[in-house]
Design a protein around this ligand. Structure first.
Ligand code: ADP
Ligand code: ADP
Length: 232
């Protein structure tokens, strides 16, 4: 379980407070969606979970352990990260892009190849794509590779920051279906950031609505649908 306890974040170069007393629990295996307008603090919240940025005050716990006490490398191995701008390395093949993390570089060539093949199957890409370069793939296909890369070290938690917002509606729809399938199959905790309420309602088991650095509402999909306080 991930817990935020009265977390505040103020950036040094910004007089506004980005996160204002956030209390939050994310249960293991949940598909947790953070939704809210631009600037409401979604990305800041996500980045604090894997310590890309540090909160100004308050505590963040994973399984009752303060994340500041966890070994950073080990912690990051247990967290995949899917970015909005897919950010594959253009001069590396798909296989090399997927197995870029230090952990997978320790594996034998055979094991690495097997993981890549299995994951290509899982996300519905042809196996021969392993040898291709990112520019030879469509945007939607590249983001499938982005997802594979996040899953390659078999993490417990996958963080996704607006991963589909740069895609056309058809690809976005297919990838939403894909992450729902992967979540069912892989039993990981998915934490997904979006500004799109329809996407949030389609994907989330738990939905947290953020506005100007605090939670406006949090609940199951049904609770949110039947008690819509939000109007953005
Ligand atoms: P969202 O992901 O919901 O768009 P962010 O977490 O990116 O929101 O931003 C929350 C607030 O923090 C905004 O007011 C934003 O301008 C500010 N902010 C985000 N990143 C930085 C930064 N690196 N430096 C200063 N202010 C930032
Ligand atoms: P998003 O809306 O997708 O969360 P933003 O466009 O708010 O992203 O931010 C893009 C990048 O710029 C992020 O890395 C964020 O931390 C940074 N950033 C956002 N707001 C500010 C700000 N006011 N000052 C400095 N950096 C910022």
């Amino acid at each position: 379980m991930i817990e935020f306890k009265n977390v505040y974040k103020k950036y040094d170069n910004n007089e506004n407070i980005a996160i204002k007393g956030l209390n939050l629990q994310i249960n293991d295996g949940d598909f947790f969606v953070l939704v809210g307008p631009s600037g409401s603090g979604k990305t800041t919240t996500l980045k604090m979970i894997n310590r890309l940025i540090k909160q100004t005050s308050g505590e963040i716990l994973i399984d009752d352990e303060n994340i500041e006490n966890l070994n950073l490398q080990e912690m990051r191995l247990n967290m995949g990260y899917v970015l909005q701008n897919i950010a594959l390395f253009p001069n590396m093949t798909i296989e090399e892009n997927i197995t870029i993390q230090p952990e997978s570089l320790k594996w034998t060539k055979e094991r690495r190849h097997k993981v890549v093949m299995d994951l290509l199957d899982k996300v519905g890409l042809p196996r021969e794509y392993a040898k291709r370069f990112p520019r030879e793939l469509s945007g939607g296909e590249q983001q499938r590779v982005g997802i594979i890369r996040a899953l390659a070290s078999n993490p417990k938690i996958v963080l996704m920051d607006e991963p589909f917002s740069a895609l056309d509606p058809i690809s976005r729809n297919q990838l939403q279906e894909l992450v729902l399938k992967l979540h069912q199959e892989m039993k990981m905790t998915f934490i997904f950031v979006t500004h799109d309420m329809n996407e949030a309602l389609r994907l989330g088991n738990t939905i947290a609505i953020m506005r100007t650095g605090h939670l406006e509402q949090i609940g199951t999909r049904d609770e949110i649908i039947h008690n819509p306080k939000n109007n953005f």
